[in-house]
Design a protein around this ligand. Structure first.
Ligand SMILES: Cc1ncc(COP(=O)(O)O)c(C=O)c1O
Length: 394
């Protein structure tokens, strides 16, 4: 190899880990008869009337670029939807940006507001992309631990303890991936108070806002004084089963959306028009389908949480998203060992909690966006595995 070739990769990229989830997808692909509680996406296909809107878009010749901000019709529909749902008012002309998945919105938000060395406080465990997005934008991650004893809710006082003169923002991801935790309005108000007093920004990833069970989701931007300090991120992947369409959005005050759009126009130009047309149909006429899917997830949630606790894998009741996050500490294995051995011995995929941060160690993420028979079979296999662990045969 020529001299210097080894230095090809930037230090920044070298500094981020590959996602701790992907490895299991690759293993799964080469294994027959495996059940995956690993992948974090709906098992439903996109409701047909939404897919049809995408198909019609192509049939009618909508195959070109759109405005960098996204189709105005979609932005207007989103503004109306959010006004009705959360009583927040966003101007569709300059306070909404349509992105290629909420993943892109997250990256743009970081790049738009973070200066090198500025700190972002992020609850741990949290979604795998939060840390890399911060680091790639030149920021520094300051984790704030959350614990099962407290249903993995982040506490305002724990956030405040970690604020320094370099703190720029807090990243909230609730309902949470991987824990399924939600935060109630009272705690969010305490967090808002910290945000106000320390003059911070909030990036609020609310992609699971529609997937809540028996509780109400509070939109962070709807709290008094928070809209101007919040970059609200959401998307169509989870609520409408549209992961493959790659469409999400960000809402913030005009100056911030303008900054995010500046990056977006150079790296993405716009989100595919057919996905945007499908999203218009989703937001206008998708409510019934969302509610049907939520009812299904709720049923599965009850079965998996009960089953895990009966096996002896203690699991608090998650009130949001589609994840259960049981403790595997009783088995004496690390979360990585547990996931690896469970896959090899029982062909069930779960994701080690350590993939989501230090506080995830001792837990595994089980996605229950799979059919009930599969959940029941996975629980049987888990039971056999846990018994073998207890007998020291693993
Ligand atoms: C918390 C969270 N945020 C963002 C995303 C990204 O979703 P998408 O880019 O499909 O909108 C995911 C996907 O798993 C997620 O779990």
């Amino acid at each position: 190899m020529e001299k210097g070739v080894n230095n090809a990769i930037s230090k920044r990229v070298q500094g981020i880990p590959a996602s701790g989830i992907r490895k299991y997808f690759d293993l799964l692909a080469s294994m027959e008869g495996a059940i995956s509680l690993g992948v974090g996406e709906p098992d439903f296909t996109t409701p047909w009337h939404i897919s049809e809107a995408g198909i019609y878009a192509i049939e009618k010749g909508y195959t070109m670029y759109t405005s960098n901000y996204g189709l105005i019709e979609l932005r207007k529909a989103l503004a109306e939807h959010l006004q009705n749902r959360y009583c927040v008012a966003y101007n569709p002309n300059n306070e909404i940006l349509i992105t290629t998945g909420s993943s892109e919105a997250l990256d743009l938000a970081m790049r738009a507001i973070i200066n090198p060395g500025e700190e972002v406080i992020i609850p741990d465990p949290g979604y795998v992309a939060y840390m890399p997005c911060t680091v790639l934008a030149g920021g520094v991650v300051v984790p704030v631990p959350t614990f099962a004893e407290n249903d993995f809710k982040v506490k305002a006082e724990e956030i405040e303890k970690r604020i320094t003169p370099r703190t720029k923002a807090i990243l909230l991801g609730f309902p949470n991936n991987p824990t399924g935790a939600v935060i109630d309005r009272k705690e969010l108000e305490l967090i808002a108070d910290v945000v106000r007093r320390h003059n911070l920004m909030v990036i609020s990833d609310e992609i699971y806002d529609r997937l809540v069970y028996g509780v109400e989701h509070t939109c962070f931007a709807s709290l008094p004084g928070m809209q101007e300090r919040t970059i609200l991120i959401n998307g169509f992947s989870k609520a409408y089963a549209m992961t493959g369409w790659r469409i999400g959005y960000a809402l913030a005050r005009a100056e911030i959306i303008e900054a995010m759009m500046k990056v977006h126009q150079y790296v993405m130009m716009c989100t595919p028009i057919m996905s945007q047309m499908a999203a218009i149909e989703a937001i206008k006429n998708g409510e019934e389908a969302v509610q049907q899917m939520v009812a299904e997830y709720d049923q599965r949630r009850r079965v998996i949480v009960k089953g895990l606790n009966e096996i002896g894998l203690r699991c608090f009741e998650p009130k949001g998203a589609f994840y259960a996050f049981p403790s595997i500490k009783s088995t004496g294995l690390s979360s990585g060992e547990f996931a690896d051995k469970l896959l090899t011995e029982e062909k069930v995929v779960v994701i080690p909690g350590s993939a989501f941060g230090k506080c995830g160690e001792g837990y595994v993420r089980c996605c229950y966006a799979v059919s009930l028979p599969e959940i029941e079979e996975a629980l049987e296999r888990l039971k056999r595995f846990v018994i073998r662990c207890e007998q020291g045969r693993v």
